[in-house]
Design a protein around this ligand. Structure first.
Ligand code: C5P
Length: 403
C-alpha cells in the first residue's frame, strides 16, 4: 500500500476523548515509514499522556511554546518548516476556532500559522457543538482557505449523544494521509484480483429456489477498492442488484455450481482470490422441471452438497492465488474462523459476527477480525466502503510478503 517512507508528519493533538486513538494512529503511521512528531495542547494532556505519545512516536513530544530547552532542541519555526503535513486530530471546536481566526497562543496554533505545509483537521466534538453555527462557519472558512477537513464521522458519542462529531478512526485517517501524498497512486497496478460476491440461488423447480441474506455489498466494495488502486478486478457475482464498480469486469452467476466453474477458471489467472460470496452449502439433488405441487402435508427435498469453491482454489497446485476467505458466524467467531482458515488452507480469513444487528449481512457497516496462521488484526466497525479500502490495503501488504 502507499508507503509514507520519509514523510514528516506533525500530529497535533487537542483536548477530546478521541485523543486516545492518537497512539494507534501514530503506530500505524510509523509502520508505513512516516516520521511523526507529536504536539499536544494542554487539553490533550488530560486525555492521553505525553509519555505515551513519546513512546509510540519515538520522538520527544512538544507542548510548550515558551520552553527554552525545547526551543533549543528544535525551535517552533524550525518544527513548522520540518513538516510535510500537519494533522490536527482530534481537532476540538476550540482549536478549530483558534486556527480559523489566526490565533498563536499556544505551540500548535503557532505552528499552523508558521508552516507552509498543508494542514488537515479531523474534527471531534459533541454533535451539537459540531452543528453550532460558529463551528460550521469556522470550518467553512478553513475549507475556503484550503485546509483539509477529514471527517467527522457520525454515530454514538462518548457523551451519550448520537450524531456527527466522532473523529475518523485511525485506519481512516491513515488512508486520508496516504491519499493525500499519493492521490493518483495505483499501487495495485499489474495485480489481478478475483472476487466472489453475493449469495447463490439454488433452484428447486422453475419458480422456487434456496438462497440466503447476503447483499453482495462487501464483495462489491472490495472490488471497487481494489480497482481504485489500479488492480485488474474480476467480480463473480451471484444474483444481486448492485451496480458494477468502475473498471471492474463482472460475471453474473446464479448457482454455486456456476460460481464454482467461473471462479476456478478465473482464479488460475489471478494473483489474489477473495471468496466473499455466501455460497449455498447445498442444492436440490433433482431440480424439478415443473412447479412442485402442494399435494401433501409435508414435503421432503433431497439436498446434495455444493462444491466448496474456495477450498478448491486454495488446493490449486500450480497457479494457486493468494487466497482469502470470509467467515460469517453467529457464535464462537474466532474458533470457527481459525478452524476454517486451517481446514480450507487459506492465507487469511476475515471473520464477522452476523448475529450483531447493523453489521454484516445486508448492512452498510461491518466490523471484521482478520486471522492468519500466526496472527490476527481487528478492523473496527466502519462503512463497508471504508472497511473494504482498509482490507484491500491489508491483503496487499500480506500478499507482498509472500512474493
Ligand atoms: O464454510 P463456510 O461457508 O462458512 O466458509 C466461508 C468461506 O468459504 C467464504 O469465503 C465463502 O466464500 C467460501 N465458500 C466457498 N464455497 C462454498 C462454501 C463457502 O467458496 N461452497
Amino acid at each position: 500500500m502507499a508507503g509514507l517512507h520519509g514523510k514528516k508528519i506533525i500530529l497535533g493533538i487537542s483536548g477530546g476523548i478521541a485523543a486516545y486513538k492518537c497512539a494507534e494512529l501514530t503506530r500505524r503511521l510509523k509502520e508505513q515509514g512516516a516520521q511523526v512528531r507529536v504536539v499536544m495542547t494542554n487539553g490533550a494532556k488530560a486525555f492521553i499522556t505525553p509519555l505515551t505519545m513519546q513512546a509510540v512516536s519515538g520522538e520527544p513530544v512538544s507542548d510548550d511554546l515558551l520552553d527554552p530547552a525545547a526551543e533549543a532542541a528544535m525551535g517552533h519555526i524550525e518544527l513548522a518548516k520540518w513538516a510535510d503535513l500537519i494533522l490536527i486530530a482530534p481537532a476540538s471546536a476550540d482549536v478549530i476556532a483558534r486556527v480559523a481566526h489566526g490565533f498563536a497562543n499556544d505551540l500548535l496554533s503557532t505552528l499552523v500559522l508558521a508552516t507552509d505545509a498543508p494542514v488537515a483537521l479531523a474534527p471531534a466534538m459533541n454533535q451539537q457543538m459540531y452543528k453550532a453555527p460558529a463551528t460550521q462557519t469556522n470550518l467553512d472558512l478553513l475549507n475556503t482557505r484550503g485546509f483539509l477537513l477529514w471527517g467527522p464521522n457520525a454515530g454514538d458519542q462518548a457523551c451519550g449523544d448520537v450524531g456527527p462529531g466522532r473523529m475518523k478512526e485511525p485506519h481512516e485517517l491513515l488512508h486520508e494521509i496516504q491519499q493525500h501524498f499519493q492521490p493518483s497512486a495505483q499501487p495495485l497496478a499489474g495485480i489481478s484480483v478475483c472476487i466472489t460476491a453475493g449469495p447463490t440461488r439454488e433452484a428447486l423447480d422453475p419458480v422456487r429456489y434456496i438462497t440466503n441474506h447476503s447483499s453482495g455489498k462487501m464483495g462489491f466494495a472490495l472490488a471497487k477498492a481494489a480497482a481504485d488502486l489500479g488492480a485488474k478486478v474480476d467480480l463473480i457475482a451471484g444474483p444481486v442488484q448492485l451496480p458494477t464498480p468502475a473498471n471492474v469486469t463482472r460475471v453474473n452467476v446464479q448457482s454455486a455450481c456456476e460460481m464454482y466453474k467461473a471462479a476456478l477458471e478465473q482464479a488460475q489467472q489471478s494473483d489474489i482470490f477473495i471468496g466473499c460470496a455466501a455460497v449455498a452449502d447445498y442444492r436440490a439433488a433433482d431440480v424439478q422441471s415443473q412447479k412442485i405441487k402442494k399435494s401433501s402435508d409435508t414435503l421432503s427435498i433431497e439436498l446434495v452438497k455444493n462444491p466448496d469453491i474456495i477450498t478448491e482454489v486454495a488446493a490449486l497446485t500450480s497457479k494457486r492465488p493468494y487466497t482469502i476467505g470470509f467467515a460469517a458466524e453467529t457464535q464462537d467467531v474466532a474458533q470457527y474462523a481459525k478452524d476454517k482458515l486451517k481446514r480450507k488452507n487459506l492465507d487469511l480469513i476475515c471473520a464477522n459476527n452476523v448475529a450483531i444487528q447493523g453489521q454484516g449481512f445486508n448492512a452498510d457497516e461491518n466490523a471484521l477480525t482478520i486471522y492468519w496462521q500466526d496472527g490476527e488484526e481487528d478492523l473496527p466497525l466502519a462503512a463497508k466502503s471504508t472497511l473494504a479500502q482498509t482490507l484491500i490495503a491489508f491483503i496487499y501488504q500480506k500478499y507482498q510478503q509472500t512474493t
